[in-house]
Write a protein that binds this ligand. Structure first.
Ligand code: NAP
Length: 320
């Protein structure tokens, strides 16, 4: 008998076909609406495999309802949506999809950095509103990227890929990480700095750590006040790493110059969130890994990890 699996969102047909060869599938068939909690609670009761996204909160209470679950396969590299301790206690293996999204997320992070520095969204809106009457010397002037200092907090896979891009722009690169990365320092001409030094000296600060108890609120009023008033904060890691109330005030008061955000404390961010009223914020809806090729690779890897566990084989990517 094929093992039963539950997939929490409509995923590409070709991946469904692959899973179907080895598993009995149930799937939440909506592409844009997350599975309601009560449906997930019911479906998880007899599933052996769960294929889920970051939009699902897999907490202890939910896992208590899972009687046969062997694997939770998250289609993401970050897994802060899953209670890893509770899963471990229940001997449920948790897997993620690192690596396949590294370059795509680094591309997006650099794109967001450039868009924020050169006010691309604001400029496009300006033109479309009909405000463009003439060329003028200081009109819509931004900050230079070329030759500027980039501070990367979290020199892991994506942080490193970002540093490679920054080298092409002749940027001076500082990084802060909980462990030193000597090989990367040598290969990519990046310099380790304490967090305070990085914040004080960088023109761009990019956050690339996972969200955890250690990184929750890592960037709050104190840290923002250390930054240059011409500096730009980019967050494509996870929302909760930056305190949004503090960020709003810092941007409003001119403590820092601008921010580019892909991730938020609550997703989707509410339409009346104060951050959305500021012209010096570029906001995009968590699209770091959103390229056609990469999303397919992520779905494929998540499927593979899930099926390997169900065949009692070693999955490619275990977390916790
Ligand atoms: P990774 O390779 O695990 O890199 C994370 C880095 O952060 C590691 O070097 C780690 O240090 C460092 N770190 C962890 N806690 C820290 C702390 N408290 N202080 C300083 N450094 C710390 O992960 P990745 O693949 O680069 O992904 C990073 C994060 O990006 C993911 O966790 C995810 O949340 C986010 N992400 C977002 C998107 C998006 O769509 N916006 C897409 C992909 C990923 P050690 O080497 O010492 O462990």
């Amino acid at each position: 008998m094929k093992p039963k699996v539950y997939i929490t969102r409509k995923i590409p047909d070709e991946i469904v076909t692959k899973i179907e060869m080895e598993c009995e599938i149930r799937m939440w068939n909506e592409p844009e609406i997350p599975v309601p909690r009560e449906v997930l609670e019911k479906e998880i009761a007899d599933a052996e495999g769960l294929f889920c996204l970051i939009t699902e909160t897999i907490d202890r209470e939910l896992l208590e309802k899972a009687r046969r679950l062997k694997v939770i396969s998250n289609m993401a590299v970050g897994y802060n949506n899953i209670d890893i301790k509770a899963a471990k206690e229940k001997k449920i293996i948790v897997t993620n999809t690192p690596g396949v999204l590294t370059e795509t997320t680094a591309d997006l992070t650099f794109a967001l950095l450039m868009a924020t520095a050169r006010r691309l969204v604001e400029s496009s809106d300006y033109l479309r509103r009909g405000d463009w009457k003439t060329w003028s010397p200081m009109q819509l002037t931004g900050q230079d990227v070329y030759g500027a200092t980039l501070g990367i907090i979290g020199m892991g896979r994506i942080g490193t890929a970002l540093a490679r891009r920054a080298n092409g722009f002749d940027m001076k690169i500082l990084y802060h990480n909980r462990s030193r990365k000597y090989q990367i320092e040598n290969e990519l001409n990046v310099k380790f700095a304490e967090l305070e030094t990085l914040l004080k000296e960088s023109d761009f600060v990019c956050i690339m750590t996972p969200y955890s108890n250690e990184t929750k609120g890592l960037i709050s009023t104190r840290e923002l006040s250390l930054m240059k008033n011409t500096a730009i904060l980019i967050n494509t890691a996870r929302g909760g790493i930056v305190n949004e109330d503090d960020l709003y005030l810092a941007l409003k008061k001119g403590t820092i110059w601008a921010a580019g955000l892909d991730v938020y404390e609550e997703e989707p961010i509410s339409q009346d969130h104060p951050l959305l009223t500021l012209p010096n914020v570029v906001t995009i809806p968590h699209i770091g890994s959103a390229s056609v090729k990469t999303r397919l690779k992520m779905a494929e890897l998540a499927a593979e990890n899930m099926m390997l566990v169900l065949k009692n084989e070693q999955p490619k990517n275990v977390v916790g």
